[in-house]
Ligand binder design. Sequence first.
Ligand SMILES: Cc1cc2nc3c(=O)[nH]c(=O)nc-3n(C[C@H](O)[C@H](O)[C@H](O)COP(=O)(O)OP(=O)(O)OC[C@H]3O[C@@H](n4cnc5c(N)ncnc54)[C@H](O)[C@@H]3O)c2cc1C
Length: 334
Amino acid sequence: MIVVGAGVSGLSCARILHEAGLAVELLEKSRGVGGRCHTRRIEGQPVDMGVTFLHGDDPVFLTALGTYVGHDAFEWPVSLAGDGPTCAPGSLRSSVRRVAIPAGLNAFPKALAEGLTIHRETMAGSISMADGVCRVTSTAGAVFESRKVVLAIPLEQARDLLGTINTSSKDIAGLRALMQMSSSSSCLTVGALYPVSTPDPEFDVMHPPMSSCVALLSHDSSKRTSPAYRALVIQGRTSWSRERLEAPKDLWSRALLEEAGRLLGNWASQPLFVHEHRWRFARIDGAPAFRRPVLTQVGGAMLGVTGEGFSEAGGVAGAFVAGHDLAERLLEGL
Ligand SMILES: Cc1cc2nc3c(=O)[nH]c(=O)nc-3n(C[C@H](O)[C@H](O)[C@H](O)COP(=O)(O)OP(=O)(O)OC[C@H]3O[C@@H](n4cnc5c(N)ncnc54)[C@H](O)[C@@H]3O)c2cc1C
């Protein structure tokens, strides 16, 4: 079995298949695992540059949290500020579990990845499916073969990869057309470190109501044990980010920091260290077109497509549950 993408969805799928005794190979274009569940070490301090916190009420997801990071995960955010719009309003319902991890949220996908075969820095460039065999060719020319392949990558990238399949299959054409109906929002993100002596913002997460550019401020160092720096993560609004995706990062980074200064005090515009990340595909915008992962046959081989866009829950919980669901369906078919 080949799984393209070692984000939470690909890892949850691969984990179940591996534990059922199947040989699974993951192809991951980056050096690390976890995709958008990304923790960056800035000056040695973990900073969550993608997902801000893990949240959900799905029992399958909650059990996995308990199994893989149960001893470390703690309730967060506790203190919320601002009543601006949030991209996941459901995450703040009282029935939903919300957690952070002192070492960074990437600890969750890292734990899922333990013991799995992962070809890192290997980007799937094209797929061919014929005579019951699926061949995935990496952009560097390496070929991986299996009877079954799973795509667990952002929707837009999956649609492009599906477009490389040598087939006149109506299923693939229909799938690509459906994928066209959902799209991902973009998010320009700045992680900033300050001296610990700077004022305590007195919130874990803020959704500023009156900002044209900042959607969310995360007091990242409030997730850490004895942090060396105060850390903020500043996430740009969707439309603001989209308009500046190709702009030099210094331009948008400065604008987000200045806005943080306006919201919290001048100190927040003057960090000691910054790191920027351009999330072209941050998360599904609105309701996804798919409620479940897709499993179909092409040229006698099996193709599965999963990811955050293939579950109603969305976000990390949705990505996890969709990967899990697809793995169970693949096992049923054996
Ligand atoms: C700034 C930001 C904040 C967010 N906040 C939250 C939050 O608070 N709560 C929440 O639940 N969700 C949040 N999300 C959304 C959440 O991160 C995603 O829904 C979830 O991580 C998606 O997981 P995935 O496995 O579907 O995809 P991904 O995490 O994108 O994983 C896909 C993997 O596939 C790899 N890949 C892509 N193309 C190829 C290829 N051709 N070949 C090989 N590998 C490839 C990528 O490198 C990546 O590792 C946030 C996202 C961002 C960007």
